[in-house]
Ligand binder design. Structure first.
Ligand code: PEP
Length: 252
């Protein structure tokens, strides 16, 4: 059964107390008014994981990190491994976010390695892909997304693919206020599902959750989520405001 998901990506925002307080409010909201149609996930900075995990034990909200190390353990000062993330109680990790690809030069091979480590640690992966503005304008968007998926994901086994969520995030729409039209989102999501079908077969492709990300907000969420191959969203800026985040979840 294909799962609907709304995941908030806090990025590098909120100090410890702010993050925990936000979580208490959101968690309580979904205890009182459960999100019947979607799984709700908070993807927090590392420092929040343990505290958020304690808070959400009562309730239905899920937890993820925004990155993990590309090595399993050892002398990698400042890094946090997938096993460490798992030990906080988190169930998910975002891999391949465009900000990691752009600012930290994370390439397809590295992302493939991180994905394997995360899956082997028992985490589910929200794997991001998407083209930059110039690639869309020159008609290369399908080719780019295909490469990102082939190189980053398609060496996984079929069993591993069941623990993958794909997030299509056109880079030109992230944090810019520009949003893909529902038709553009549907077209790319369908393309992604077809690629997965070709590689892994119909059952895995049909069960795969594909999220849209890029300036998703209460005013556009319902229309984007109404498309048949859009199974929810990865939400950045709007996930930092409780009212907006909750409204986007309600839009499913
Ligand atoms: C993101 O960071 O994944 C994202 C989609 O950001 P925003 O919603 O702010 O565009």
């Amino acid at each position: 059964m294909r799962k609907k998901i709304v995941a908030g990506n806090w990025k590098m925002n909120m100090n410890l107390e702010e993050g925990l307080s936000f979580t208490r409010t959101v968690n309580q909201y979904f205890i009182e008014k459960p999100a019947r149609k979607a799984e709700v996930i908070l993807c927090t900075p590392y420092i929040h994981l343990n505290g958020v995990s304690e808070i959400i034990k009562k309730g239905k909200v899920g937890l993820g990190a925004q990155n993990c190390a590309s090595e399993a353990s050892g002398a990698y000062t400042g890094e946090v491994s997938a096993v460490m993330i798992k030990s906080t109680g988190a169930q998910y990790v975002i891999i391949g976010h465009s900000e990691r690809r752009t600012y930290y030069h994370e390439n397809d091979a590295l992302l493939s390695k991180k994905t394997m480590l995360a899956l082997n640690s028992g985490l589910k992966v929200i794997f991001c892909c998407g083209e930059v503005k110039e690639e869309r304008e020159t008609g290369k968007h399908f080719e780019i997304v295909k490469r990102q998926l082939k190189e980053g994901l398609f060496s996984l086994s079929a069993a591993d693919m069941e623990n993958i969520v794909i997030a299509y995030e056109p880079v030109w729409a992230i944090g810019t206020g520009l949003t893909a039209t529902p038709e553009q989102a549907q077209e790319m999501h369908k393309y992604i599902r077809d690629l997965v079908n070709e590689k892994y077969g119909k059952d895995i492709a049909e069960d795969l959750t594909i999220l849209y990300g890029g300036s998703c907000k209460p005013s556009n969420a319902a229309e984007i989520f109404s498309k048949p191959d859009v199974d929810g969203g990865l939400i950045g800026g709007a996930s930092l405001k409780k009212e907006d985040f909750v409204a986007i979840v309600e839009a499913i």
